[in-house]
Design a protein around this ligand. Structure first.
Ligand code: FES
Length: 488
């Protein structure tokens, strides 16, 4: 066939052993002429195809990737291809955000008797990849370093009033915690003052004296749900903001913690700050002597000078669009509830709006530039409440070795893709990955891309229902929002 005129491209095919591999065999036995670009990897079932296989191939030089399994309802393990369909559809929707043309990836179904269909599928896909040409190489892409969405004038308007004044209900919260400790809780996770007045740090309070040092305010940035799995089996409590409570709910939904063990204390949240936005107002290296908050104004005294920052400027991006300022689930809710705003019509973050406007090549350049700054500290992983297998993280595995230890943008971006893929349908949007990044890399956008596609296709938002099931851990025989991708 003419597409082979001269040059093959690198196309990787993951074929289910029972159907599509048999279909390819049938085509071969019938001596059906086919393109020879495809390199076939036989897998037991399409359900065995980890989306990371596809991502790894595309990140490392494949010009196209094809996955083929048994037709729906024909899987030899009954439901493998139903799970695969959801995962691969979401993956296809995700690829453009990192600059990969989604047309370079396809999944389809071919049975063992469909030699003719296999021929048509492989021919059609190969022709498509030849039309697209060789995949752009990361090494050839021009990096870009600009992040206009984080400039003060481009920050999104908050959808509700943000504030930073003292919460008059804090004494009542402390009393509730002391009472619970007296009644048998082993300890309660909260926040206490940190090394300077701008910082707070997580604390596991076990005595009334420690509870007296509990703080609440715009600097309580950490999501304490992150610590809960390590206390599994012990009766403890946790103080939550609205976004943190979604992390607790998702941990409960995934049975990673037990509700009988955890008492949830909540108060209404008026927003938290992005500390970098406060620090950028101060002279570099100035030591902070005092911080006073009232209304929506933060007054910082540093180096003997007072600096004023408004919550409007300093709030984290996630707080600007937050629709859950109160704990979604709590055993003890103290003080009045904050009025919950309507979801914004366009719920995209500034980073997603920016990325949406770029071409695929510009997006590759953006991530290349961002990953050049990554120092591989993996703070994003450590801060994530839903990254629960961090002691056995596949990115650290040596057998199989998913990543090298090279100081290389592809390796670093692939680490982020592993993280985002593992959080697909599970990320509650707390943004801790990005907050914890010492280099200010907008890695949260990758999780947001998965999140919005899962919302569009499955109508699911993580962290809202303890009985919820993440969509990629479930399936429907008929998927109303997933269309078959015709290749023949
Ligand atoms: Fe073929 Fe499951 S056995 S898709």
């Amino acid at each position: 066939m003419s597409v082979l005129s001269g040059k093959e491209l690198r196309i990787v095919g993951f074929l289910c052993n029972w159907c599509s591999y048999g279909g390819a065999d049938t085509a071969g036995t019938a001596r059906a002429a086919q393109p020879t670009d495809l390199r076939i990897i036989r897998v037991p079932c399409s359900g065995r195809v980890n989306p990371l296989f596809v991502l790894k191939a595309l990140m490392n030089g494949a010009d196209g990737v094809l996955v083929s399994g048994c037709h729906p309802r024909d899987c030899h393990y009954s439901a493998g291809n139903f799970y695969a369909r959801r995962r691969l559809e979401i993956l296809k929707e995700f690829l453009p955000i990192v600059g990969i043309d989604p047309a370079r990836f396809e999944y389809t179904w071919v049975s063992a008797s469909e030699g003719q269909r296999w021929k048509e599928v492989v021919t059609s896909f190969t022709e498509r990849i030849h039309r697209l040409g060789p995949a752009p190489k990361w090494a050839d892409v021009t990096p870009r370093y600009d992040m206009p969405f984080s400039a003060p004038e481009n920050r999104l308007e908050p959808i509700r009033p943000l504030g930073c004044g003292a919460n008059p209900s804090l004494p009542e919260l402390r009393e509730s915690i002391k009472k619970a400790l007296a009644e048998g809780l082993e300890g309660v996770l909260g926040w206490k003052a940190g090394f300077d007045p701008l910082h707070v740090e997580p604390v596991f309070m076990q005595t009334p004296e420690e509870v007296d040092h509990l703080v609440w305010g715009p600097f309580n940035v950490h999501n304490l749900a992150n610590f809960l799995p390590q206390y599994k089996g012990r009766r403890i409590g946790v103080v939550v903001k609205g976004c943190d409570s979604k992390g607790v709910i998702e941990l409960l939904a995934e049975k990673l913690i037990d509700k009988d063990d955890v008492t949830i204390f909540g108060m209404g949240c008026n927003g938290t700050v992005d500390l970098n936005r406060v620090l950028e107002k101060l002279p570099e290296g100035a030591s902070v002597e005092d911080v006073k908050c009232s209304g929506n104004t933060i007054r910082v005294t540093a180096g003997g000078q007072e600096y004023t920052v408004s919550m409007q400027d300093a709030a984290q991006d996630k707080c600007r669009q937050c629709t859950n300022p109160n704990a979604v689930l709590s055993d003890v809710f103290v003080g009045p509830r904050v009025t919950e705003p309507m979801p914004p019509a366009d719920g995209r973050s500034g980073a997603l709006r920016f990325l949406d406007e770029l071409s695929l090549e510009e997006r590759m350049g953006f991530w290349k530039g961002q990953m050049e700054r990554c120092i591989s500290c993996h703070a994003c992983r450590s801060a994530c409440p839903m990254c629960v297998c961090r002691d056995h993280c596949v990115s650290d595995a040596r057998d199989p070795a998913w990543l090298t230890r090279e100081d290389d943008v592809v390796q670093k971006l692939f680490f982020q893709l592993i993280h985002a893929q593992h959080l697909a349908g599970r990320c509650t949007g707390c943004g801790e990955c990005q907050r914890a990044c010492p280099m200010g890399i907008p890695v949260f956008a990758l999780k947001q891309q998965f999140g919005r596609k899962i919302k569009q296709i499955f109508g699911y938002g993580a962290g809202m229902d303890v009985n919820g099931v993440p969509p990629l851990l479930a399936y429907q025989v008929e998927e109303p929002n997933i269309k078959e991708h015709e290749l023949s």
